[in-house]
Design a protein around this ligand. Structure first.
Ligand SMILES: Cc1ncc(COP(=O)(O)O)c(C=O)c1O
Length: 407
C-alpha cells in the first residue's frame, strides 16, 4: 500500500521537489495484527525525538512527517509567491481537502465548516442554534469546558435554561444514560448537547441518544473532539444535527485544525452572524486564513486512511487493553474507564492511591514520559492516551514509573 501526500501534486511549489520518493510512505498495515512488532516501523514516519514516550495523544496528536512537510511547503510557497500560492491553496482546500473530509465522515462538503479547533466549532454550534429566552437545553456534567462555556454564555446572554445531568464514571448503561436525559426533559426542552467521547475517553451511546432526541423533536449537538480519528465515523448514520471536532488529535492533522458539521436537514435551525453563503451551511468567519494548515488536513486524512480506520482502532484498542491489564495487576489502582463498548479505543483513566494526578504528570515528564491528569468530576485520575505509533514497552515504563510514585 502506498500513501501519497494529497495535494502536493496540485500545489505548485517553486523549488520544492514533489517527486514520489518524497511523497510515498511504504508502510502497509493491511492484515497486520494489532500486536505485531511491525507497528514499530511506523515510528520512522514521525519526527518524535528518540527517548520520548508520548502517551498524551488525547491532548494533541503527532502530525506525521508528510503532514508537517505539507504545512512547511505551503508556507514556503506563500513566502515565495504569495498570491499564486494563496490561490493554489484555496483551490486545494475547495477541490480536494473538503471533499476528502466530507467523504471520510459520510457527509457533503457544503455541510462542513473548517475551524481552528473543536472549541471554535462548539461555540459556533451552540451560539448558532436558534433558541428563544426560556428555551431549555440539556448537557452533561462530563462536558469539556469548551462544550460547557458556550451554553453558560447563552444562559447569561439569551435567558436559555441549561440543565447539566450528572453522568458518573465509569459510564453506566445506555438505558441508564437515556433515563438521566429523560428525567431532565421539560416542555421547553429544545436540544441536547453531549460528547461522543469525553475528555476522559468515555464512549457515549451517541446513535441511541440521537434517535431518542429525534423522536422527541430535540436537536442534537455533539462534541466529537476526542472521537474523530480513533475509529471510523459516519455522521449521517449517527443521525446528529451538528458535530464539532478537532483534527489535530487522533486524526494527526496539523495543530490548529477542526471542523463543524451542520446537517443540511437541520440547517434552518441554525444561524451565523457571519452571514453564510445561502448555497452552503458554512458557519465560519470569512477572510484570510491559515490556508497551508487547512490544506494539510487532506494529507493527514490520507495518512490515516492509508493505514485504515479499522486497523487504527484495533491498534489503539490493543494498546489500551495492554495498559488496562498492566494496571489491573497493581494494587491501589482503580480503573475509571468502562468496558469496550463504553470506552474509546485509545484513552484510559485511572486513580492510584496516594498519587496526585497533577504531580504525577510533572514527575513523569521529567523522565520524558508524557501523560495527562484528569482531575475532574470529583476524581483524581491520570489519563494515558496511546496512538498507533506507541509501543507496549512505553506502557510498561509508564506504569512502573507511576507505581514508584505510590510507594
Ligand atoms: C471532549 C473535548 N472537547 C473539546 C476539546 C477542545 O478541543 P480543541 O483543543 O480542539 O479546541 C477537547 C480538548 O481536549 C476535548 O477533550
Amino acid at each position: 500500500m502506498k500513501l501519497t501526500a494529497l495535494g502536493l501534486a496540485g500545489l505548485s511549489i517553486p523549488g520544492c521537489s514533489t517527486d514520489d520518493a518524497q511523497r510515498v510512505i511504504p508502510f502497509s498495515a493491511q492484515g497486520l495484527e494489532a500486536d505485531s512488532p511491525r507497528w514499530n516501523d511506523l515510528r520512522s514516519h514521525f519526527g518524535l525525538l528518540d527517548g520520548v514516550s508520548y502517551l498524551n495523544n488525547a491532548s494533541i496528536g503527532l502530525p506525521p512527517r508528510v503532514v508537517s512537510q505539507s504545512v512547511a511547503d505551503g508556507y514556503r510557497a506563500q513566502s515565495e509567491d504569495p498570491i499564486h500560492a494563496k490561490h493554489d491553496l484555496q483551490d486545494r482546500i475547495r477541490e480536494s481537502t473538503l471533499p476528502l473530509l466530507a467523504r471520510f465522515f459520510g457527509v457533503q462538503p457544503e455541510e462542513l465548516t473548517l475551524t481552528p479547533n473543536a472549541s471554535v466549532a462548539l461555540h459556533l454550534q451552540a451560539v448558532g442554534l436558534n433558541l428563544r429566552a426560556g428555551d431549555h437545553v440539556i448537557i452533561t456534567t462530563q462536558e469539556h469546558p469548551a462544550g460547557r462555556k458556550p451554553w453558560k454564555y447563552r444562559e447569561a446572554r439569551n435567558g436559555i435554561e441549561v440543565t447539566e445531568v450528572f453522568i458518573p464514571s465509569p459510564l453506566p448503561s445506555t438505558e441508564d444514560i437515556i433515563r438521566r436525559f429523560d428525567d431532565a426533559i421539560g416542555p421547553r426542552t429544545r436540544a441536547i448537547s453531549f460528547c461522543h467521547v469525553t475528555r476522559g475517553g468515555h464512549l457515549y451511546p451517541v446513535t441511541d441518544l440521537c434517535e431518542w432526541a429525534r423522536a422527541r423533536g430535540l436537536t442534537t449537538l455533539v462534541d466529537g473532539a476526542q472521537a474523530v480519528g480513533q475509529f471510523g465515523i459516519d455522521l449521517r448514520d449517527m443521525g446528529c444535527d451538528a458535530y464539532s471536532a478537532s483534527l489535530h488529535k487522533w486524526t494527526l492533522g496539523p495543530c490548529g485544525t477542526g471542523f463543524l458539521f451542520v446537517s443540511r436537514d437541520a440547517s434552518e435551525r441554525f444561524s451565523s452572524s457571519f452571514e453564510p453563503d445561502p448555497a452552503s451551511t458554512s458557519y465560519g468567519a470569512p477572510g484570510t486564513a491559515d490556508f497551508a494548515i487547512r490544506a494539510s488536513v487532506g494529507t493527514a486524512i490520507e495518512f490515516v486512511e492509508s493505514i485504515g480506520m479499522g486497523q487504527v482502532e484495533a491498534r489503539c484498542r490493543y494498546l489500551s487493553d495492554y495498559l488496562k491489564s498492566a494496571l489491573e495487576s497493581q494494587s491501589g489502582v482503580r480503573l475509571l474507564s468502562g468496558e469496550r463498548d463504553r470506552s474509546a479505543p485509545g484513552s484510559t483513566i485511572f486513580e492510584i492511591d496516594g498519587v496526585d494526578a497533577i504531580e504525577a504528570v510533572d514527575r513523569l515528564a521529567a523522565l520524558n514520559i508524557h501523560i495527562d491528569e484528569h482531575q475532574r468530576d470529583g476524581h483524581n485520575a491520570i489519563r494515558i492516551s496511546t496512538h498507533i505509533y506507541n509501543a507496549a514497552n512505553e506502557i510498561d515504563n509508564a506504569v512502573r514509573s507511576l507505581m514508584e510514585l505510590s510507594v
